[in-house]
Design a protein around this ligand. Structure first.
Ligand code: FAD
Length: 397
């Protein structure tokens, strides 16, 4: 009998795994902490890359559905100086190889492609017991429990499955993003809309930056980057950001936005408007990473994928890598129907080396964007490699 696969987490990685297994006739169940598919806004754009995200969607049999979601023109890229001067600009001529889609739409087509009941919502993993011979007993916060002979942690940065394999914990990188949204911007915030242009805009300096992306319907989605200790953000009015993926404001939103904007004193008003004119309360996203090259010794009956395995500083690859991991693990399990351990070994060895290389690239890109030489390193990279190559981190939530 085939191994019943238990996947923790219905992010893009876990869902691609479930779908690829389904394509190969292997049943799987996904347990997700959130109450429903719509419990949390999935907003934000992802650029889906030719070398990892796109092949994963082909493997899932969803490539055509994905192409139908692509938002035309969003690969345009511009870099501005702090005073608003255009330093670099490239239009979207349709050849960029990084088509942009809304994350929530991508998640929707994955969810719709799975048999009804595959995803069990409102099931937050709260504990795991090792039962021997590769079996695990999993308990959920609602008091329910299952036993499985293959447990996959696709549960993101703060994985509860990871401790079965590794003692590594994510560490704060020293940089946080603050997320804001402006709506109907061409009419209501025309100067900011013009500054952002049709796709992505980067205005960077050492230790800080304003990065925005045009989404659907004139929505401008901005990540403000600041290299500051976590206590600084608490003092600026966010709830305690320790060990969380995101923190809300604890003080009036306008006051918090003003405190963040003050870090950009003297910058062009059309850029700081992306902070001060925000129409939703700013959200803090402290950036954490696992050690580059994170790996573990084989433990029977359990593995990880995506951020649970290799959380890295955003470089536009994380969601792409999570989907690729899901597809590769699904293929490996299909190729070794009677030998789960052989499948996991093959999957993990390849995943360890590709994620180690990616983590080094991600750290290098972050330094290029926010290091002492910013923004010149990024502009040189744009000019040399085609705009936006490897710089999608700023495009999603
Ligand atoms: C600010 C920022 C910008 C980014 N921009 C980009 C980008 O432009 N392009 C890109 O490719 N990547 C980007 N990333 C990275 C990307 O978001 C992640 O790498 C990707 O979402 C990882 O996918 P995943 O499936 O591994 O995990 P996740 O998407 O985190 O999904 C994990 C799922 O597990 C669930 N879960 C968690 N704990 C439990 C539990 N105990 N029990 C049950 N379920 C649980 C969660 O609710 C969630 O649904 C960005 C990241 C950040 C922080």
């Amino acid at each position: 009998m085939r191994t019943p696969v238990t996947i923790i987490g219905a992010g893009l990685g876990g869902l691609v795994l479930a779908r690829v297994l389904h394509v190969h006739g292997i049943p799987a169940t996904v347990y997700e902490a959130e109450a429903s598919a719509t419990a949390r806004p999935q907003g934000g754009m992802l650029d889906i890359h030719e070398h990892n995200g796109q092949p994963a969607l082909r493997e899932a049999g969803l490539y055509e559905e994905f192409r139908a979601l692509v938002l035309e023109g969003r690969e345009a890229t511009r870099a501005l100086a702090a005073d608003g001067t255009v330093l670099f600009e490239e239009a979207d001529d349709g050849t960029g190889g990084r088509p942009e889609v809304l994350r929530g739409e991508l998640r929707r087509i994955l969810l719709e492609s799975l048999p009804t009941g595959t995803v069990r919502w409102g099931r937050k993993l709260s504990g795991v017991r090792v039962l021997g011979e590769g079996r695990h007993g999993v308990t959920f916060a609602d008091g329910t429990a299952v036993t499985t002979s293959l447990l996959v942690g696709a549960d993101g940065a703060w994985s509860r499955v990871r401790p079965l394999l590794s003692a590594a914990v994510p560490e704060y990188t020293g940089t946080s993003f603050v997320e804001t949204y402006l709506f109907d911007a061409d009419l209501r915030h025309p100067a900011a809309a013009k500054a952002v242009g049709g796709g992505a805009m980067f205005a960077l300096a050492p230790g800080k930056g304003i990065q925005a992306h045009r989404e659907t319907g004139g929505t401008l989605h901005t990540y403000v980057a600041l290299r500051r200790p976590q206590e600084w953000f608490t003092a600026a009015g966010f709830t305690d950001p320790a060990a969380v993926a995101q923190a809300a404001v604890a003080a009036p939103a306008a006051a918090v936005a003003g405190r963040i904007a003050a870090e950009f004193d003297g910058w062009a008003p059309e850029l700081t408007a992306l902070i001060t004119d925000g129409e939703t309360a700013p959200v803090l996203r402290p950036l954490h990473t696992l050690p580059a090259g994170h790996r573990w010794d084989r433990v029977p009956g359990v593995t990880l994928l995506g951020d649970a395995a290799h959380l890295m500083i955003p470089n536009g690859e994380g969601a792409n890598l999570a989907m690729y991991d899901g597809a590769e693990l699904g293929k490996a399990l299909a190729a070794h129907p009677d030998d789960t351990e052989a499948a996991l070994t093959a999957y993990e060895q390849a995943m360890f080396s590709r994620s180690a290389a990616e983590a080094v690239d991600a750290a290098g890109l972050h330094e290029r964007m926010f290091g002492a030489d910013s923004p010149h390193g990024l502009i040189a990279m744009f000019a040399g490699a085609g705009a936006g190559a490897g710089v999608g981190a700023e495009r999603t939530a």
